[in-house]
Design a protein around this ligand. Sequence first.
Ligand code: G
Ligand code: G
Ligand code: MN
Ligand code: NA
Length: 250
Amino acid sequence: RKIEIDLREAIQGDMLRPYYQPLVDLSTGRITGFEALVRWPHPERGMISPAEFIPVAEETGLINALGGQMLHRACTDAARWPDDVRVAVNLSPLQFRTGNLLSLVMEALKQSGLPARRLELEITETLLLEKSSQVLATLHALRALGVRISMDDFGTGYSSLSYLRSFPFDKIKIDQSFVRDLGTNREAQAIVRAIISLGAGLGVTITAEGVETESELSCLRAEGCQEGQGFLFSRARPNAEIVGLLQAQS
Ligand code: G
Ligand code: G
Ligand code: MN
Ligand code: NA
């Protein structure tokens, strides 16, 4: 397939770049960190969305090389940001199976000089479906380094609360589908409220994804949600704009 050939070439040529979307503390309005979201500037097609090529990367195994490059670059970029600003990197379940993830992370931290406490790794519920002891051991080892582990897209997929008992997450990200329906849908509001209360009980930070409107924001604040992310605050931006963005708020 053409997209596979092009993607392989883009990875070999180190053409992919993380863009960074702010994570905002809802009580202070300040940026606490950024999520790295991969972007592919394609020579013929312009900017291609990860929604299109991450699945291709996962099918072909290219996700290991892609994920490694993103992790290294995100740590290197973040090492130059202020010391209280974190970076969050998405991990594919495949990176737990085939790659040596633990040493990849250690190497990225060492090469970049980024302190482990400033790195968050986002994983999805599908990773925990199979209840693999190897996956749990890797997560515990990453956490022992001081890296924070976030549960991404919470509430979609095959949510089972049992994994919250077997692994202590640092953060749970409420999927944007619940946030989008907050104003109009009583069920969505009840679910968001329940997740926030779950987070308080577990001592886990709750982040709302896909915040687009002021009314969603005030609803989330009223429910006691600590952190938000979404177009209301900012889209993902290239690293060249990040330091300026942070200076503007200080
Ligand atoms: O940036 P956004 O537009 O369109 O991202 C789409 C999807 O791609 C999201 O589900 C996001 O988690 C995923 N994604 C973005 N960057 C990465 C990455 O570096 N690695 C992995 N595994 N997924 C990513
Ligand atoms: O799966 P993950 O949460 O990593 O994906 C983040 C995705 O959500 C990216 O595709 C990003 O571009 C997208 N996104 C971020 N903020 C918003 C928002 O406010 N609204 C919508 N519709 N998408 C968003
Ligand atoms: Mn994510
Ligand atoms: Na998500």
